[in-house]
Each structure stands twice: as C-alpha cells, then as structure tokens.
Write a protein that binds this ligand. Structure first.
Ligand SMILES: Nc1ncnc2c1ncn2[C@@H]1O[C@H](COP(=O)(O)OP(=O)(O)OP(=O)(O)O)[C@@H](O)[C@H]1O
Ligand SMILES: [Mg+2]
Length: 345
C-alpha cells in the first residue's frame, strides 16, 4: 500500500554544472504564468504599468544586436535591467515568468540563490561564459545577504550586462536598501549602488493576491496526516513522510540549490511534529525548502506546532524578517491546499 513512500534522508543529491544549467526554466507553479492570465488590480495602477513595461521590454530586447563602431549603437547593445520590487504575493514571480515565456530568444529563469551557487560551482570565468550565451536572464528573489554574495553579484552583472545580456529580477527589497541589517552594507555601498544602477525600478504595489497570510492556517492532526498519506499512496503519488527533526538534520546537509533534485519524483511532503526552530541556520534552510516545495507545486502538510510560533519573534523582526513572513504565508497556503484535498476525498 505504501510503496510510493520516498525516504528523503537517504538522498544526498549531487548536481553537475550541466544539470544545473539545463534546469533553469520556470518551476511548475509558474509553468503557465503569462501576461494574459495576470489580472492587474485596478486599485493599484503600478500593476498594469509593470505589465505594459515588461511587454515592451521583452519585445525590444529580443531584437538582434546591431554590430557597429558607433558608440551610441554599441551602448544600445548593452544589456538593460528591470527590477520588480514589491511585497509578498503581489505577483512578481508571475510577471517574471510571464516575461520569460514571452521572450523569444535564449533565456534562463532561476533564483538568485541558484545563480550564486552556480557561479560558485563553475567559477567566475566559466559562469560568465555559460550565462553570456543568454539574451535574457530572469532572476527571482534578488537578495544580498553578505559581502561575499554582494561582490559576486556585482562582478557577475558587471561582466554580463555590458556584453549584452538583459536581466529582469524580482525582490522584496528596493535596490538601494539591499543588504541592510544583514551586514555592514555601508562598506559595500559602492558595489550595491553599482548593482542598483543597472536596473530600472518597476514597483508592484498591492495586497497579497491570494489573501494568504491574513490568518495562518492551523497544522493538521496526526490522524489527518495519516488520512492524507493513505490518499496519496492509493493515488500512486510519490511522497515523503518524516519528522521535522529528521528533515531539519537532513536539510543542513544539502545545499538549497540541490533541493530540486532532492525532491525529484516527490509529489508531496508530509511532516510530523513541526516545532519552534531554535537556530537561524535551520530556520533559513526551512525557508528555502518551503520555497522549493511551493515553486514545484508539491502538496505539503504538517502536524505539530502552529505556524505563529515556528520562527522566534527575534527572527521575524530581524534582517530576514521578509523571508520568514513569506515562508509563513506560503506554508499557510500549502496547509490550506492540503485541507482542501482532505475535504474533497
Ligand atoms: N494579478 C494576478 N493575476 C493572476 N494571478 C496572480 C496575480 N498576482 C498573483 N497571482 C498568483 O498568485 C500567486 C502568488 O504570486 P507570486 O508568487 O507571483 O507573488 P510574488 O510577488 O512573487 O510573492 P513572493 O514575494 O512571495 O515571492 C501565484 O500563484 C500567482 O500566479
Ligand atoms: Mg516570488
């Protein structure tokens, strides 16, 4: 009966550079995101404005480069940048994926995390070569967490964009505020300002599209998890069921850029005994794991502590506050989806 159960803790995936590069397309949740199925909120004109600017941008940058010695034309051949800035759930990733789908040319879609990891694996020179082949890079969730990634991002964009790669990115943080509170960002002001100068800002205002986060969903009971497990197993869905303690230990051994591979063939993750998280490393790993589960459109359910006590209040008001809020909002949405499955059974 339970033959589709997958043991995540037995997986320590390795990802080659080629595999990494081949996987840079929008994740399942955004596989069909388009400008047509994005419904701008009329109360927030920045949404419709972002759509028309992105449409114009992807059409314009798809035009072939013109070879010329004229400095003006050469300057036009340089990559341009657009930076979608807004609160969580307003549809930034949807718009990013829509731009990627609409763009006609060589293109890659990846998270900022994945980008940095890939640069780390390939090294600066090979990374610039590999990504230099793209005309458009769509980078989700731009975040500067430390001086190392600030330097890496600044060098990488400084090599790539002048050579003709265009970049659209999303973030919860305005470009000028990147890194604030996480490290002594003022020391790196020049680099941060340099990064910001490569982008034109497109604010996306408005409420959370799904109204998620207004009230956090309660966790499931153990019996509900059992029922969900039976439902998944009888439907032939590959799923993982493990305790939070086991998952926590395992996530610390797997880099977030390998989470896609960790979750290969997994349709659902069932977690027993969610509990308040005592250290920031584990908390951030859970954030990245939930991001992946969410982006891959997997089912997810958990029993144990309620979401409002999962992350300590000090984390939730600290430098990574937005990441934690976003994670809770996504967990809540996933729990509500799981609840719907139980009701429909
Ligand atoms: N205006 C809209 N029309 C249609 N669907 C939308 C719209 N805005 C958001 N959505 C949908 O709502 C969900 C949340 O949007 P999305 O993930 O793009 O938000 P986000 O701004 O990237 O949030 P986060 O900060 O959490 O990454 C997605 O499933 C997306 O397709
Ligand atoms: Mg997003």
């Amino acid at each position: 009966m339970k033959s589709h159960r997958i043991d995540l803790t037995a997986r320590l995936p390795q990802v080659s550079a080629e595999e990494l590069l081949a996987g840079f397309v929008p994740t399942a949740r955004f596989g069909r995101a388009s400008f047509e199925n994005y419904r701008p909120n009329p109360e927030f004109p920045s949404q419709a404005a972002a759509v028309s600017e992105l449409r114009r941008f992807v059409t314009e940058v798809a035009q072939p480069k013109r070879a010329s010695w004229n400095p003006f034309v050469r300057r036009k051949n340089e990559g341009a940048g657009r930076y979608l800035d807004g609160g969580f759930g307003v549809g930034k990733t949807h718009l990013l994926a829509a731009s990627w789908h609409e763009f006609d040319g060589r293109k890659a879609f990846l998270s900022f995390q994945e980008l940095l990891y890939t640069i780390g694996v390939l090294g600066r020179v090979r990374a610039a070569e590999a990504f230099g082949g793209y005309r458009l890079l769509a980078i989700d969730e731009f975040e500067l967490d430390d001086p190392g990634n600030t330097h890496m991002a600044s060098t990488f964009l400084g090599e790539l964009m002048p050579a003709g790669t265009h970049v659209i990115t999303t973030s919860n943080t305005e470009p000028g505020q990147l890194g604030q509170g996480r490290f002594n960002a003022s020391d790196f002001e020049r680099q941060i300002m340099g990064i910001a100068a490569r982008f034109e800002m497109l604010p996306v205002d408005g409420p959370d599209y799904r109204q998620r986060g207004a009230q956090l969903m309660p966790p499931l009971s153990g019996a509900q998890l059992d029922a969900l497990e039976d439902h998944l197993a009888s439907g032939g869905v590959g799923y993982a069921r493990l305790s939070w303690a086991e998952l926590e230990r395992h996530l610390l051994r797997v880099h977030p850029a390998r989470f896609t591979k960790l979750l290969e063939g997994v349709g659902a993750v069932l977690l027993d005994g969610l509990a308040p998280i005592e250290n920031q490393n584990s908390a951030l790993r859970l954030v990245h794991f939930v991001d992946k589960v969410y982006d891959l459109n997997l089912r997810f359910a958990a029993s144990g502590s309620s979401l409002d006590v999962l992350f300590s209040p000090t984390y939730r008001s600290g430098a990574y506050a937005k990441k934690y809020s976003r994670c809770l909002s996504r967990l809540s949405e996933l729990l509500s989806e799981a609840g719907e499955i139980l009701e429909l059974r």
